[in-house]
Each structure stands twice: as C-alpha cells, then as structure tokens.
Design a protein around this ligand. Structure first.
Ligand code: DAK
Length: 252
C-alpha cells in the first residue's frame, strides 16, 4: 500500500492522504517524495481546483520519521528535498488535521492555506526535545500565523496545543467533532465551484504580499484585481449575480 493515497472525492477536488497510520503518519522519504511529485502534477491538472491534504484517524502526521533520521548524517539532511512542494502549490490547499500534527506535520499543515481540525487534534513543534531546530517553517511560519509569543511558547517548550487553543491562536479555522475530513472536503467543493484563476490569484496575493511592504503588497493586489477583471469568469460572475443564478466558471 502506498504511503500517500490520491483520491478524487468530488468534481475538481483531489485529496492526498498520508497513509502510514502504524507510524502515526511519520514523514519518511517515501511520503515526502510522493507529496513532492503529486502536488506539481495536480497543479498542472486543469480539472483540479482545490486539494485537501489529510492523514488518518489518530494523526495528520507525527513529524519527521525519527527512526529514519537516526541513520542519517548531516550531509544526508542537507541533501534532503525540502517541503517547498507544498508551499509552491498554486491552488487552494486545505489541511484536514485529525489527531497529531507534530513537527514536520504541523509545518506541512502550515504550508496549506486553510487548516480544519477535529476535536482530538494536537499541534506541536517538539523538535527542541530532540535537540533539533524546526526545519520546515516552525520558527518562521508559526510566528507569522499565531504571533511571536504563542510561537515561542510552542517552539521553546515543544508542548502539545489542543484544538481549542489552536483555534484561539488562529492556527486553525474550524474545529469539528469526530473526523474533520468531510468538512474539509465540503469547503474544498465550495472553493472549487468558484472561479479557479481568481482563487489562485487571491492565494498568490495573500502569500506573496505577506513578505512585502504594505505598499508593494497593495500594488500586487491591484495588479491581481486587474488581471482577474480580464477573465471571462468575471463576466460570468457579474452576469450570474444580476440574473440571480449560480455562476458557472471555467477558468478562462
Ligand atoms: N517517527 C517515527 N515513528 C513514529 C513517530 C515519528 N515521528 N511518531 C510516532 N511513531 C511511531 C512510534 O514509534 C510507534 O511505533 P511502534 O513502536 O508501535 O513501532 C507508533 O508510531 C505509535 O506511536 P506511540 O506508541 O508513541 O503513540 P503514543 O500515542 O503513545 O504517542 C506521540 C504519540 C505522537 C505523542 C508520540 O509518538 C511522539 O512523541 N512521537 C514523536 C513526535 C516527534 O518528536 N516528531 C518529530 C519532530 S522532528 C526538514 C523538514 C522537516 C523536519 C525537519 C527538517 N527539512 C526539510 C530540512 C521535521 C522534523 C520533525 O518533525
């Protein structure tokens, strides 16, 4: 059985499921490789407009595979592919976090655009307990997401943060009782029904803009706004509003 499963739960929606439940979905080379090759393929697929990244019942991912790491040298770590495959994905990406999202698992979730969690979700950057510094965004994306002091609390203690605290910190958008996969897919279907070029432009404006001065970011937003205005989908969106019907969007 593959370490990552690719499913198509609805039209225009793909779901990538990390599938090593016995190891709490620890991120080994196979998982990283499949994610890093599948996401660019889904990015190129015009039929796919939104992707859900999920794990299994007990864990989204309990971080890097520590057993695999135990045999790695510093040079092996330097040669490792980064997780930019997720961050480079241009379409909306939703993390469905059931159970543990630790270390690299928390960092994978943070590279998504929306995080939905279940009530059993636990987030943590436990690298410090292993003598490690987070290596895939824990010291950078986390403070940008939850603020310096919540992030410091997590990266310096390695403590588990439960779903309601993650919601309070702003790391999680919604907490679902039971399993959150269905809710993440529901949101993906909602996004996939919207103009796909526009959702990509919005994602780009938010992500690229967050690393710019406000002035430069606002100019980027203006360009994205103008570009979206040139699409057929905008004509359709406006017509659909006036005619009081749902819009049909084709990404043109
Ligand atoms: N690696 C390998 N195996 C793991 C694992 C992990 N991270 N987490 C759990 N497992 C395995 C356990 O060894 C156990 O296997 P068996 O003994 O049954 O064979 C099985 O999953 C069930 O785990 P437990 O028996 O421990 O289950 P519990 O419910 O008692 O505890 C736990 C759950 C999540 C609290 C505990 O398993 C745990 O603390 N796990 C380790 C968490 C952790 O420290 N994660 C690694 C953080 S370091 C980078 C990119 C990313 C990273 C670094 C660099 N670059 C691009 C450069 C990321 C680094 C990290 O994530």
């Amino acid at each position: 059985m593959s370490a990552v499963l690719l499913e198509y739960p609805a039209k225009h929606v793909a779901l990538l499921r990390i599938n090593r439940p016995d190891a709490l979905n620890a991120l080994n080379a196979e998982v990283r490789e499949i994610i890093n090759t599948t996401l660019p393929m889904l990015d190129q697929d015009p039929e796919i407009r939104c992707v859900v990244l999920a794990g299994s019942e007990k864990a989204f991912a309990a971080g890097a595979d520590i057993k695999e790491r135990s045999t790695m040298s510093a040079v092996d770590v330097m040669k490792m592919s980064t997780t930019r495959g997720i961050a480079a994905f241009s379409k909306p990406l939703i993390a469905a976090v059931n159970g543990f999202a630790l270390g690299g698992g928390c960092e994978y979730a943070m590279q998504c655009d929306i995080i939905i969690a279940n009530d059993k979700a636990r987030f943590s950057q436990p690298e410090v307990k292993l003598g490690l510094v987070p290596g895939a965004g824990g010291t950078q994306r986390l403070p940008r997401a939850v603020g310096k002091y919540n992030a410091m609390y997590m990266v310096l203690t390695g403590r588990l943060v439960n779903a309601s605290d993650a919601l309070r910190m702003g790391l999680v958008c919604e907490v679902v009782l039971g399993n959150c996969d269905a809710r993440a897919i529901e949101i993906a279907i909602e996004i996939a029904a919207l103009p796909p070029l526009t959702t990509r432009l919005i994602k780009e404006a938010v992500n690229a803009g967050s690393d710019m001065s406000l002035d430069a970011a606002l100019r980027l937003e203006t360009r994205a706004h103008q570009l979206a205005f040139a699409t057929d989908d905008v004509r359709e969106g406006i017509a659909a509003f006036i005619e009081k019907r749902p819009g049909q969007f084709y990404g043109r």
